[in-house]
Design a protein around this ligand. Structure first.
Ligand code: FAD
Length: 635
C-alpha cells in the first residue's frame, strides 16, 4: 500500500481527504448527476465503490429500502471475487471474517437405512488462485464496499428511500440526456416524485428491474417449476459434516445442501421443497419457515436437527433468465449511438443460488463496467468504449445461465446416482465444474480490448482474455515477498508488465530498458500519447517489470527511469515498480506461468484484472495499437 505520495498525512491511510463540492446522502437532490446507480445490491455497490474513488465524477446510488441490508440473500464468494476484493483492499478482512470452504462432502442413502457419506472432494483445486472460496453474508460484502465509498474522496453513500420509477433518454442531447423519475419511499415523503438528469444510468435494481423495463428489455428463459427453501439458522445436530459444505440426498425424501457460515455456528440450508404446477407461483403454496425445517429434518433422518434460532429464510423457484442486451442501444444502432443506460447483475440475468454465482457474477459485471465509465467520464476514452460492456458481460452471463441449467438438473435429479472412478455423479460433475464455480472460466473474445493469440506461447500461463493469474514475486527495492497481482488496485489504470529475458538485468543495454526508454520518451509510445499533461507518468498506464534474477543480484538504482518514476506533488521516487522471481522452485513466476525465459514478454493487464494482450518485448507498434484502440490521445 502506498501513501504519503503528496506529503505526510496522519491517521488511517485508507481514509482519503474529502474532495470539495460533493453532496452527502440526504442533501437536496441535484438537478444533474454524472452517474445514477439504481440499487444498492452487490452490483450497484461494486460500481459505486469504483466511481467514488474518482473526485471528478459525481455519482448517486438510489435505493428504495430505508437502510442497509442486515441479513439474507447470497453468501457465496468465489475465488475470482476474492481476487477482485484484493483490488479494493478488503480481501484480508473478508478472509478473517468469513467461513472458508476447503472440502465438500456428498451424502447418500446408506446400504441398510439412513444416510452415509459417499464422497468427499477438495473444494478449490491446488494452484488455481492464491485466494480461498469463502462464505459470508451478502450484507457484510455491502458493508465493505460502503466503507470504500465512505473513505474515498467523494464520501459517497446511498440515498435510501428513493426508487427509479421511469426514465427517458433524449438521443439528441449531448449533456445529461437521461431524465430519471424518482419516487420517495420513506414515510415522511412517501409517494413524492422528483426528477433529475443524468449522463449515465446503471440499472442494478434486481430481477424485477424498473430500469430494464424502461429501456424495453425483457428477461427470456424458463423456470424449473420447483420450490426450494433457503434458511440461515443456529441449530444443534449430530450430522457429522455440519461444518463442511455438503450435498445430502436421502433415499426418498429429497435433497438439501449444508453451507457452514461465518462465525463458527451459523449454517445455511438449501432444501428441496415441492414441485410446482406449470402456471403456479411459489407464493401460491403459502409455505413458511416451518415447512423448510420439517423437510430438512426428514431429509437428515436418522440424524437430528434441533433448530435454536431462525435468522433468515426465503422460499424461491429457480429461474434461468437472460436479457438480450445489457444497454439501451439496439443492435442495429451500435454504429450511431453510445450507451446511456446499462444493466448489471440480476437486472439482466437470473439463475439458481445452488452454484453460488448470483452475487459474484453481478459484481463481475460492474467491475467490467466501472473502469470503462471512469475512463469515459475523465476524458481518457471515447464513449464508444461502453459498447464493449454489453458484449463482454452478456457472453459471460449466457455461459452462466447454461451452466446453471445443467447444474440445477444434476443437483435436483432423482435418478439413481451412478458411480464412476469412485465418485457418484453429483460429486463428479461438481469436480468438473470447479473452475467455473471458482469464477475462472470467463474468457473475453478477441476484440478492441482483447488481443489475438499470436504471442500466447510467450506466457502460456497467462491466458489472453482470462483473468490475470497472479503468482509470487519479490519486490526489488525492499525484498518484500508478495503476489504480483496484488499491485493491481481498482483504480481504472492499465498495467503493462514487462517480463525480462534471462540475460537482462535492467541495465541500459537490455530489452527492458530499451522498451522503457521508448515508452517514456517517444511521442508514439502509448504512455506519452494517452497521459495528459500534468499527470504522473503512471496515471493511465502503469509499467512494471519482473526479472528472473534473485533480488540480491540486481541494482535498484540501475533500473530504467520509467521504473523509478518521480510521482506526486513532491516528485518522490516510486520504488515499487520492479520485482524479481522468487527463486524457490515451486514459486518462480517464470516457471509457474510458462514465461519464455529467453525472450521474455509484455503482458497487458486491463483495469479489471483481465489479460488484454501478450506481446514480444520489441513489438512497439502492436503495443501502441492496442492502446490506441481504447484510449484517447491526450499528450
Ligand atoms: P440485488 O441484490 O437484488 O439488489 C438490487 C437492489 O435494487 C435492491 O437493494 C433493491 O431494493 C433495489 N431496487 C429495486 N428496485 C429498485 C428501483 N426501482 N430503483 C432503485 N433501486 C431498486 N443468491 C444466492 O446465491 N443465494 C441465496 O440464497 C439467495 N437468496 C436470495 C433471496 C432473495 C430474496 C433475493 C432477492 C435474492 C437472493 N439471491 C440469492 C440472489 C442474490 O442475492 C443476487 O444474485 C445478487 O444479490 C444480485 O445482486 P444485484 O446487485 O444484481 O441485485
Amino acid at each position: 500500500m502506498q501513501y504519503h505520495t503528496h506529503g505526510f498525512v496522519p491517521g488511517d491511510p485508507d481514509v482519503s481527504a474529502a474532495a470539495p463540492g460533493h453532496r452527502r446522502a440526504g442533501d437536496p437532490l441535484p438537478a444533474t448527476i454524472d452517474v445514477l446507480i439504481a440499487g444498492s445490491g452487490p452490483a450497484g455497490l461494486c460500481l459505486a465503490a469504483q466511481l467514488a474513488r474518482e473526485p471528478l465524477i459525481r455519482t448517486m446510488v438510489v435505493e428504495p429500502k430505508l437502510g442497509p441490508m442486515e441479513k439474507g440473500q447470497a453468501d457465496g464468494i468465489s475465488v475470482r471475487s476474492m481476487e477482485m476484493f484484493q483490488a479494493f483492499g478488503f480481501a484480508e478482512k473478508v478472509m478473517r471474517e468469513s467461513m472458508w470452504i476447503n472440502e465438500t462432502t456428498f451424502w447418500g442413502a446408506g446400504q441398510s437405512t439412513g444416510l452415509e457419506r459417499v464422497a468427499r472432494v477438495q473444494d478449490v483445486p491446488d494452484g488455481i488462485s492464491e485466494m480461498p472460496h469463502v462464505l459470508l453474508n451478502q450484507a457484510r460484502v455491502h458493508d465493505m464496499f460502503m466503507d470504500v465509498m465512505r473513505n474515498s474522496p467523494t464520501k459517497l453513500e446511498p440515498d435510501y428511500g428513493l426508487k427509479v420509477v421511469d426514465l427517458q433518454v433524449d438521443p439528441d442531447a449531448s449533456e445529461y440526456p437521461v431524465t430519471v423519475t424518482l419516487e420517495h419511499t420513506d414515510p415522511v415523503r412517501l409517494g413524492q416524485i422528483s426528477t433529475l438528469r443524468a449522463n449515465y444510468v446503471v440499472g442494478c435494481d434486481g430481477a424485477r428491474s424498473t430500469v430494464r423495463k424502461a429501456i424495453g428489455g425483457t428477461l427470456h428463459g424458463d423456470a424449473a417449476h420447483h420450490a426450494w427453501g433457503v434458511m440461515d439458522l443456529l441449530a444443534t445436530t449430530d450430522f457429522p459434516d455440519w461444518r463442511m459444505k455438503s450435498f445430502v440426498r436421502s433415499q426418498d425424501t429429497g435433497i438439501l445442501m449444508v453451507l457452514p457460515r461465518e462465525g463458527g455456528h451459523l449454517v445455511r440450508l438449501y432444501v428441496e421443497l415441492e414441485a410446482l404446477g406449470e402456471h403456479e407461483r411459489v407464493a401460491d403454496r403459502g409455505m413458511g419457515a416451518q415447512d423448510i425445517i420439517a423437510k430438512a429434518q426428514r431429509i437428515f433422518h436418522p440424524f437430528t436437527l434441533d433448530v435454536k434460532d431462525v435468522v433468515w429464510w426465503s422460499i424461491y423457484e429457480i429461474g434461468h433468465r437472460l436479457t438480450d442486451k445489457f444497454d439501451d442501444v439496439p443492435a442495429g444502432e451500435v454504429a450511431t449511438r453510445f450507451p446511456r443506460v446499462m444493466l448489471a447483475g440480476d437486472a439482466c440475468h437470473t439463475h439458481s443460488p445452488k452454484a453460488g454465482q448470483g452475487m459474484n457474477v453481478s459484481m463481475g459485471d460492474t467491475f467490467n463496467l466501472g473502469w470503462k465509465l471512469v475512463s469515459v467520464l475523465t476524458g481518457r476514452a471515447d464513449a464508444s468504449l461502453l459498447h464493449t460492456y454489453s458484449g463482454e458481460r452478456r457472453a459471460a452471463a449466457q455461459s452462466l445461465v447454461e451452466f446453471d441449467h445443467k447444474w440445477a438438473r444434476v443437483v435436483g435429479s432423482t435418478a439413481p446416482d451412478t458411480v464412476t472412478d469412485g465418485l457418484p455423479r453429483v460429486a463428479r460433475e461438481f469436480v468438473n465444474n470447479l473452475p467455473f464455480t471458482c469464477g475462472l472460466t470467463v474468457q473475453y473474445e478477441p476484440g478492441a480490448l482483447t488481443g489475438t493469440p499470436e504471442s500466447q506461447h510467450l506466457a502460456t500461463g497467462f491466458d489472453i482474455g482470462k483473468r490475470f493469474h497472479s503468482a509470487p514475486v519479490v519486490r526489488l527495492a525492499d525484498a518484500r515477498p508478495m503476489h504480483l497481482g496484488h499491485c493491481i488496485d481498482a483504480d481504472a489504470r492499465f498495467r503493462v508488465l514487462l517480463f525480462a529475458p534471462a540475460s537482462d538485468q535492467g541495465t541500459a543495454q537490455g530489452p527492458v530498458a530499451a522498451l522503457c526508454h521508448w515508452l517514456e520518451t517517444d511521442p508514439a509510445s502509448p504512455v506519452r500519447r494517452h497521459t495528459a499533461p500534468g499527470e504522473d507518468v503512471d496515471a493511465v498506464i502503469d509499467v512494471r517489470a519482473v526479472f528472473q534474477q534473485g533480488f540480491r543480484a540486481l541494482d535498484c538504482t540501475a533500473m530504467p527511469a520509467l521504473l523509478r518514476p518521480k510521482v506526486g506533488r513532491l516528485g518522490l521516487c516510486d520504488y515499487e515498480k520492479v520485482f524479481c522471481a522468487d527463486l524457490s522452485p515451486e514459486k518462480d513466476i517464470f516457471t509457474m506461468r510458462g514465461i519464455d525465459r529467453t525472450q521474455g514478454c509484455v503482458v497487458i493487464v486491463r483495469p479489471d484484472q483481465y489479460v488484454g494482450h501478450i506481446l514480444p518485448l520489441d513489438a512497439r507498434n502492436a503495443l501502441a495499437e492496442y492502446f490506441a484502440a481504447i484510449l484517447r490521445v491526450r499528450a
